[in-house]
Design a binder for this molecule. Sequence first.
Ligand code: TRP
Ligand code: ZN
Length: 901
Amino acid sequence: MPLVRLADYRPAPFLLERTDLVVQLHADHSEVAAQLAFRPNPAAEPGPLLLQGVDLELLELAIDGRKLEPGAYQLGAGELLIAEPPTGSFLLESRVRLHPHSNTTLEGLYVSGGLFTTQCEAEGFRRITFHPDRPDLLSRFRVRIEADRASCPVLLSNGNCVETGELPADPVSGAARHFASWDDPFPKPSYLFALVAGQLEEVTDTFTTASGRPVALRIHVEPGDGPYTAHAMASLKRAMAWDGQRYGLEYDLDEFNIVAVRHFNMGAMENKSLNIFNSKLVLADAETATDGELERIESVIGHEYFHNWTGNRITCRDWFQLSLKEGLTVFRDQCFTEDLHGAALNRIENVALLRNTQFREDAGPTAHPVQPDAYQAIDNFYTTTIYEKGSELIRMLHTLLGEETFMRGMALYVSRHDGTAATCEDFVQAMEDGAAQGWAADPLAPRFDFSQFRRWYHQAGTPRLHIQRHWDGDTGVLELLVQQHTPATPGQSDKQPLVIPLALGLLDQAGEPLAVQLEGDPAAATPKGAGTRLLVIDQAEQSLRLVGLPRQHHPPALSLLRQFSAPVLLEMGRPTAELVHLLAADRDPFARWDAGQVLLRQAVLARAGGGGDGLLEEELIDAFGRILADPSLSEASRSVLLALPGMAELEAACSAAGQEPDPPALFAALLALQGRFGTALAEPLAAALERCMPQWGLAWPEGNGDRLLTGTVWSWLVAAGGESGGAAARAAVAAVGGPSMTLARAGLRALQCQPIPERQQALDAFYQRWQHRPVILDAWFGLEASAPFADGLERVARLLEHPRFDPAAPNSVRAVLGGLAANAPVFHAADGSGYSFMAERIAELDQRNPITASRLAKIFSRWQSYGPARAAAMRGALEQLAAASLSTNTAEVVGQCLGAS
Ligand code: TRP
Ligand code: ZN
């Protein structure tokens, strides 16, 4: 499969002015008639007209009303080439037949539970009609949808509905038919096209923008699901208000639609004025969704809405610019959540996610820059690097420039590029120009070189910051020797130094912040009490002198990378006592949490290595006891500080320590540590539970921290066993029948890894209660598949045959196969059975749904980090996959994992 390269980008020879579609939906097939109005592109060389088309049966093709003879065009695999198109403007007309009912890829036009729906990003539009289907061609769309009135009473597309009416009955079935015509006044790329037709219940509301424009909001769901849309609707209104206030960006049409779809490859899609959502990200209330899911829904509703400006009004020139819209929009949705629910804990949550997913990607065979320069299948590049690392780059610009200057750059970006297809470079240039204005106004603002900052977009891999310090107690000078180094990644062996914002603070022995003054820095010392200084690291090696510190024997404690000021790995051996001090006293919530994480990782690794560090565990138990009783902390902060590190981070920590990660051993160590904490902290945990219980019934976001900490307490006590463990287990079972899904799932999680009768009781009760609600039952499939017991694979095989398992729903497939991948003892079983089972399932899935299959295949990417036996077994599974007949998507991932490309 050939590579698509950024270097090969050329403007299209023809611009597209209009895309007019007539879509006839029938029970067994559909037909699409398209009129495409082209004109020569003054900015491009003349050339042939290239259209894309996949799985389409071409019925008619004409230019300016004249049918094209077979010799006038070439129809190849996925392409239609017209070598000699007219030299001026022309109208191309085509008619095609397609089969949405048998389309299992969930790309293009397909049917989900009787509902016609579309997914066009990145290259799905070519499954609907012959079209250039490239994001730099923006055209005005008019769409007429024709369908049976009874099975498709609701007909939706982008823009405004301009006409509806009756049609003659179907000549064969006699069914009544009707049509609706939609007109989208905003020119858009084809990937933002959407169409939905079916039986839908509509919930409506209105929002008035800052300038007074009323917008009709409609959420469309399966009949009966209307009562579960209130949270999504309220989230949408919050998002619209936030974008108006924070960015001054208003909605630009009279209506905004959201449709919930059960069969969907990803989370949601920002089609202009017709967002389509995975139904799990729409349908929710306190009884049916956890606090975490409610927060995620709010953030994804925000994300898709924010795309209206960062993605739709300003779109991407080509798919190498994907992070232009995704990184920026993730940054915006993160800020939205931070503004609503508090910055500190959200930052920690996002960092934990980044470290467990993006750092892992950046360290493996599928590592790539935020702006890649080549790909085989674009679907494989909807990655955590493009999204989350992309967002970190924007956040670093925000950190370096400050809110005001960042917003200047943002305003420049919007005013320059509105209505066009832009590049990542356009964004950075706008920021650079905004910075020039901001810096002129503020001589003390930290400076950095934008050209050097740009390297972040092109260089893959997680940079390491290695820090050594020298303390001179006689002069009160702390010298830091900072070295940065980015390891080699596939295809990129030489790395250049980056611009790294490093926020740090110093604490004295009483935990009080010290003023931080950098030698030679014209800016004043940070005021006492605030104590965070932003330093700009920009060389491979540099020395920083912090001066004016109290002259005393003890060096101050060093609080580093506050707020996680850059997506880097810190390499610095800090003594346990210093980390314990930071965990107790650091006022920066991220650095405080991170100090605990370093200690926890050490404790887990020590246990996984066979021994266990008793002294370190005692220190942690002391610190956690104080945290559980600290009146200055919220319950949410307590539970975040007590959260155990994720498996991916633990594996990475093993590798960094020169060991081969042993996932079952790490998993067992995590469980054992929970038991140890539960035993040693039984009293303060019980006291915390007493404190939390009265808040259990408060409506989200209230009570969120109390429910979160309740889950931690249950998990630790159940893991400890004994009398309080038994009581916790019974409470966990009871929660499954209770009014809060958050507590029900917390209970299930606490019982999940324990072979006790309460576990089965809880799972059975959950199944009985929710078996008719597929979106909710997926959680049950996930729990069953990740049960860490010896019969794991048979269990998973049974789940795949379960009458309520829907193999066409990616959510269910991910619940079961993702659950298996997260099931360390079963997936990583020594005999390799977990790997080969998974490889077989992925090969099967790939036949139906390449997007979902290739995403799953990435679980094999870390094979080289394991010991020889496990690595060989994993490699064997990859070879087994490679031998199957694979889609381009999955072949690319498997090839990368095997080091073939
Ligand atoms: N652009 C979408 C988002 O970030 C995600 C997306 C890309 C997607 N391709 C998709 C969603 C395919 C569903 C199916 O919000
Ligand atoms: Zn997005």
